[in-house]
Ligand binder design. Structure first.
Ligand SMILES: Cc1ncc(COP(=O)(O)O)c(C=O)c1O
Length: 402
C-alpha cells in the first residue's frame, strides 16, 4: 500500500513539473488576499485540530433580520415568475423605497428615477465607482486607517492610492488644510467613511461642509461610504444633505448592518444623475440584475419602523458595555462616544503594537481580535473588537482574560 502511494505521489510530481503555469495578471500581484479571508482559514485550521477560537474580529451581524422581512423574502421566493434576470438598475419600487428611506432618516431628497442605483452590497459599489471614474495612474485619496477595499480596488485598476492620515490627535478627522497644500492635480476620487470604520468617529455637518468645499475647489469626487449610519448612532447624517453636495459627492449605503442582511448583498449608491449613470454603465456589464425576491423583501426592510433601529442598538449597547470591561482588563484606552459595529481601542505601551496583543490573545486565550494595523499604519497601536457576538460569549472572554 505504501509503495503504491509513493508511485502515485511520484506520478503527481512528474505531472506538476511538466505542467506549465499560466501567469496571473499584474493586478493580482499588486494586492494581497483579503486579511479576513486568510485569517478565517487559519481559525478554521485550528478548529479542525479541535481548538476552538472565539472570533471577535469580523463585523458579520449575528442577529436575525426583522421577522416580516424574512417572511417576505420566503413568500416572494415561492412565486413562480420571480426567478429570471432582472432590470439592471433595480425595480422602480425598490429605488422609490430607498428614496423614501433617505428622505425620512437623512432628510435628503433623491429622485428614484435617476439618482439611485441599487448595488449588490457597498463593497461591489466601491469597485463599480472606481471603474467608473478612475483611469490608470489617476490618484485616489484614501484614509489611513480605512476599509482595505478602497486601496485594493484602486491598485487593481492601476490607479494610485494616496493615503491621507486620520490621526488620533486630530480626533480621526482629515486635515483638509494640510491636504490642500499637496499636489492634487491627479486626484479624481477621495474616499471618506463617516461614521468611520475602524475608528468609530461620528460624522458631523461641519466636516461634510468642508469636504464638499474641498471637492468643488479641487474637482474631486467625494465618495462617502455610509454603511454604519444606523449603528450606535442616533444622529443620522448623509453627506448629500450638505449644500452643493450633488455637484461633487456621492454616497454609498448598505442594509448589511442596518437590517442584519449582510448575506443578501443589498446596498445602493446615491447622487447626481450623471455620476449614477456612469456607475450604472459599469454595473450593467457586471451583473444581470438582482434576485427579485431580494429586491421586494428589501422594500419591506426599508419601510420598517424606527423601533427596529432602537431595539437593535439597545442590544449593541449591552454588548459594548462588556467590551469596555474586556478592554479595561487589557488596560486599553477607548472612546465611549463612538459609532458603528466595533470598538476601537489603543493598546497599552507594554505591547509593541495591536498585532502583538492580537497574537497574544490568540495564542494564550484562543480569542481573535483584529489588529488595527491592517487598516493602515495610523491604526498600528490599536485593536478593533466587533460587537457581532452575544453577551454570553463576551462574558466568557471576560472570564478567560481575568
Ligand atoms: C467601511 C465599510 N464599507 C463597506 C463595507 C461593505 O459592506 P457591504 O456588506 O454593503 O458590501 C464594509 C463591511 O464591512 C465596511 O466596513
Amino acid at each position: 500500500m505504501e509503495d503504491l502511494l509513493n508511485l502515485k505521489d511520484l506520478a503527481n510530481l512528474k505531472f506538476s513539473i511538466k505542467m506549465k503555469q499560466i501567469q496571473s495578471s499584474k493586478a493580482v500581484n499588486t494586492i494581497q488576499e483579503y486579511y479576513f479571508s486568510k485569517k478565517l482559514n487559519e481559525i478554521n485550521e485550528l478548529k479542525n485540530k479541535g481548538i476552538n477560537v472565539i472570533n471577535l474580529g469580523i463585523g458579520n451581524p449575528d442577529l436575525p433580520p426583522p421577522q416580516q422581512v424574512m417572511k417576505a423574502l420566503s413568500s416572494f421566493a415561492l412565486e413562480e415568475d420571480v426567478h429570471g434576470y432582472q432590470t439592471y438598475k433595480g425595480i422602480f419600487e425598490l429605488r422609490d423605497a430607498f428614496a423614501k428611506w433617505y428622505k425620512k432618516y437623512f432628510n435628503v431628497k433623491i429622485n428614484p428615477e435617476n439618482e439611485i442605483l441599487p448595488l449588490m452590497g457597498s463593497k461591489a459599489g466601491i469597485m463599480h465607482i472606481s471603474l467608473a471614474f478612475l483611469d490608470k495612474d489617476d490618484e485616489v485619496l484614501i484614509p489611513n486607517p480605512a476599509y482595505p477595499a478602497y486601496a485594493s480596488v484602486a491598485k487593481i485598476i492601476g490607479a494610485k492610492p494616496v493615503s491621507y492620515n486620520l490621526k488620533e490627535e486630530n480626533n480621526w478627522l482629515p486635515d483638509l488644510q494640510e491636504l490642500s497644500k499637496t499636489n492634487l492635480s491627479k486626484v479624481k476620487i477621495m474616499w471618506v467613511n463617516y461614521p468611520n470604520m475602524p475608528t468609530g468617529k461620528k460624522a458631523n455637518k461641519t466636516l461634510f461642509k468642508e469636504l464638499i468645499d474641498f471637492g468643488i475647489e479641487n474637482n474631486i469626487l467625494i465618495c462617502n461610504d455610509n454603511p454604519y449610519s444606523f449603528i450606535l448612532n442616533e444622529d443620522y447624517l448623509s453627506i448629500l444633505s450638505t449644500e452643493n453636495a450633488f455637484e461633487t459627492a456621492i454616497e454609498l449605503n448598505s442594509l448589511s448592518k442596518s437590517h442584519n442582511i449582510a448575506g443578501w448583498r443589498m446596498g445602493a449608491v446615491f447622487g447626481n444623475e450623471k455620476y449614477i449613470n456612469a456607475i450604472q454603465k459599469i454595473q450593467s456589464n457586471m451583473i444581470s440584475g438582482m434576485f427579485l425576491p431580494v429586491q421586494k423583501a428589501t422594500i419591506e426592510a426599508l419601510k420598517i419602523d424606527d423601533t427596529w433601529y432602537k431595539n437593535l442598538n439597545n442590544i449593541y449597547k449591552e454588548r459594548r458595555k462588556l467590551v469596555w470591561k474586556i478592554l479595561d482588563k487589557l488596560n486599553c484606552e477607548y472612546s465611549k462616544s463612538s459609532s458603528g459595529m466595533f470598538v476601537w481601542a489603543k493598546v497599552p505601551n507594554k505591547y509593541k503594537d495591536g498585532y502583538e496583543l492580537s497574537d497574544y490573545l490568540l495564542e494564550k486565550h484562543r480569542i481573535f481580535i483584529t489588529p488595527g494595523g491592517i487598516f493602515g499604519s495610523e491604526g498600528n497601536r490599536f485593536i478593533r473588537i466587533s460587537l457581532c457576538t452575544d453577551t454570553t460569549t463576551f462574558n466568557t472572554v471576560l472570564n478567560k482574560i481575568c
